[in-house]
Design a protein around this ligand. Structure first.
Ligand SMILES: [Zn+2]
Length: 84
């Protein structure tokens, strides 16, 4: 077992709205969508909100082994190996 697997999870770029964690600020920014003027609500369906898992996967974001979402640009050995 790799030593990393037993390390306690640290929140790097946690989202207080959806509770997800992100490997980079770039990945965090990718998961938010909508207009900045207002939050998403029944009155403002186009407002600011978090993307769903499916929407993030559509954008080539992936959940890594640490439970963090990462963007398509942050390639890693794990990222490459996960395609199998
Ligand atoms: Zn979020």
């Amino acid at each position: 077992m790799p030593a990393a697997a037993s390390e306690p999870k640290r929140v790097l770029n946690g989202c207080s709205a959806c509770g997800r964690d992100f490997s980079s600020v770039t990945a965090f920014d990718m998961h938010r969508t909508g207009k900045h003027e207002h939050l998403a609500s029944p009155e403002h369906p186009d407002g600011r909100r978090c993307r769903s898992d499916a929407e993030m996967i559509e954008r080539s974001m992936r959940l890594d082994k640490n439970g963090r979402w990462r963007g398509p640009a942050s390639a890693s050995p794990w990222f490459a190996a996960a395609g199998s």
